[in-house]
Design a binder for this molecule. Sequence first.
Ligand SMILES: [Zn+2]
Length: 158
Amino acid sequence: MYNHAPQEYKCPICLAIEGIESEDTMMKQDDIFYRDDLVMAVINSKFVGNNPGHAIVVPLKHYENLYELPEKEANQIMKVAKEVAIAMKEVRKSDGVMIQQNNEPASGQHAFHYHMHIFPRFEEDHFGENRSNVRVANPKEREPFSSAMKEYFSKRKV
Ligand SMILES: [Zn+2]
């Protein structure tokens, strides 16, 4: 519903879900730190300002946006997001946690597969001013963040 993915869209998130690493997706399998029957959680390939290593939670089935996301997936995404938020507090020692979820290009959606961003927030991180300060992080830079989250989730059931 209200779709914007071009014809023949090679969904980068679906490729990662299928276990594929290629030039069509920035995601690496090492970025994935949680997976169940419905959703997975990943360290985002792009780092924002002073808030590197934020996470996204995605449904395993392809839905472009919130408008078409079934309740079953939506509920599980929120359950996992809550656990990721607590992990940001415990693992990252963040002062707060922020969730952002964009639908359609007008709102800043770039990857046309539903994804919920979960940012660790810190006092004086100047997130608003740095929101456009986005860069693709090297997989090696992402690895410590995904490892820490894997460690956290290895001890918990969502
Ligand atoms: Zn997809």
